[in-house]
Design a protein around this ligand. Structure first.
Ligand code: ASP
Ligand code: MG
Length: 406
């Protein structure tokens, strides 16, 4: 007997037929003699609709009431699923966040889970009852309903799996696993059988939107075995696991891309202590996330250029902040380019292999792709290039690193 957490996203529970279909997947797990907790999102589109309604009634609203509204989507799917399970002979009951209990802080709208007490649920597993849990919600120390931030039901599932000491946390979604790169762009992309937490974390934060980054972080910290798999096809998915579980480690496991980047260059800023703080301090005060940064050495020791990237949604705000501090920083001009893409090559094997970056640069040289900014971490190399080269770059790197399917 195993204890399994199954999480189903919005498209998986998008209408009543799909809810009935999911109930059969849950039943199959239950019929194997396993203890099952099901974590659900709202039906697809519902949370967006609720967020829209709250903003329509007031842009500047009480976030505690926002949470009351947006948490309702999961309450609906959760009750419907319990009924669908009962209809096919599976004893089931629903659990809202405050009933589980999923404790969070009181940062309404993007609360963090501080603890999960699932003792009562475990008691009911013993009686053969499936737990159907509302994702995305919890309860604050003040006893108010909280929501975890968009996409938060992945995190709900992992937190519950950790609290239940579950054998596995299966994330059922509309894709059948994690691929070496986006299969819509590279036809030869392959599904990965396994990927490490760290790689998954990089893939997720570099734009591969299969899992919420926070959920992967939590799974890594708590050692929760995760599997990404399809609701609509009965295929093995991708296991997200510890590095030591992967026997034959590829040097590069995946290639991610993010179009959500815009480049800003401050031309001719003074090359003296305090300048970087003068630029990036005001940006972070304005909640602008700066990603890649390059500063050139100045030929004369006096002035240099500073180039960096920000998320596209932060771009206008970033430019405004920089214009405001122009006098103090004293730069000559500001040039911008929103038509860029960040390509990231990811793999834990990079730690022990040299030449990974060189291979990337050579591929780009052969294709005539100009590299604008480079940044690296222990298991990742990212470059910024013109957006028009996205497809060409992904395809040539995929081949260069030997990731193409036969
Ligand atoms: N329903 C919530 C959202 O759309 C939570 C989730 O789907 O994970 O953000
Ligand atoms: Mg999701």
């Amino acid at each position: 007997m195993a204890r399994i957490v199954q999480k189903f996203g919005g498209t998986s529970v998008g209408d009543l037929d799909r809810i009935r279909h999911v109930a059969t997947i849950v039943k199959a797990e239950y019929d194997r003699g396993n203890e099952v907790a099901v974590v659900l999102s709202a039906m697809s589109g519902v949370t967006n609709d609720l967020v829209g309604k709250v903003n329509e009634i007031s842009r500047l609203h009480d976030t505690r009431e926002y949470d009351v509204v947006v948490a309702s989507g999961e309450q609906v799917t959760c009750g419907l699923m319990a009924i669908a399970l009962q209809n096919i002979g599976v004893p089931a009951r629903s659990w809202l966040g405050w009933q589980v209990v999923v404790q969070t802080d009181d940062v309404h709208g993007k609360a963090r889970i501080t603890g999960v007490e699932a003792g009562k649920m475990v008691g009911q597993f013993a009686d053969g009852v499936v737990a159907v849990v509302a994702g995305f919600q919890g309860i604050s120390p003040q006893g108010r309903i909280t929501s975890l931030g968009r996409g938060g039901s992945d995190t709900s599932a992992v937190a519950l799996a950790a609290a239940l000491d579950a054998d596995r946390c299966d994330i059922y979604t509309d894709v059948d696993g994690v691929y070496t790169t986006d299969p819509r762009i590279v036809a030869k992309a392959q599904k990965l059988e396994k990927i490490t937490y760290e790689e998954m974390l990089e893939m997720a934060s570099q734009g591969a939107k299969v899992l919420q980054t926070r959920a992967v972080e939590l799974a890594m910290n708590r050692g929760v075995r995760m599997q990404v798999r399809s609701t609509f096809e009965d295929l093995p998915g991708t296991l997200v696991v510890d590095e030591d579980e992967i026997v034959e480690q590829q040097v590069v496991s995946g290639i991610a891309y993010s179009r959500d980047e815009a480049k800003i260059t401050l031309v001719s800023v003074a090359d003296r202590p305090g300048v970087a703080a003068g630029i990036f301090g005001p940006l972070s005060d304005a909640s602008v996330n700066v990603d890649m940064i390059v500063q050139n050495v100045s030929a004369d020791g006096k002035r240099t250029d500073m180039t960096f990237t920000v998320g596209k949604s932060d771009f206008d705000r970033a430019v405004k902040v920089l214009e405001d501090v122009r006098e103090t920083i004293n730069f000559e001009s500001l040039s911008t380019d929103p038509d860029v893409v960040k390509i990231s090559v990811i793999g834990v094997g990079m730690r022990s292999h040299a030449g990974v970056a060189t291979q990337m640069f050579q591929s780009f040289a052969e294709k005539g792709i100009n590299i604008q900014v480079i940044s690296t971490s222990e298991i990742k190399i990212s470059v910024l290039i013109a957006e028009e080269y996205t497809e060409l770059a992904l395809r040539s790197l995929h081949t260069a690193y030997g990731l193409d399917a036969d």
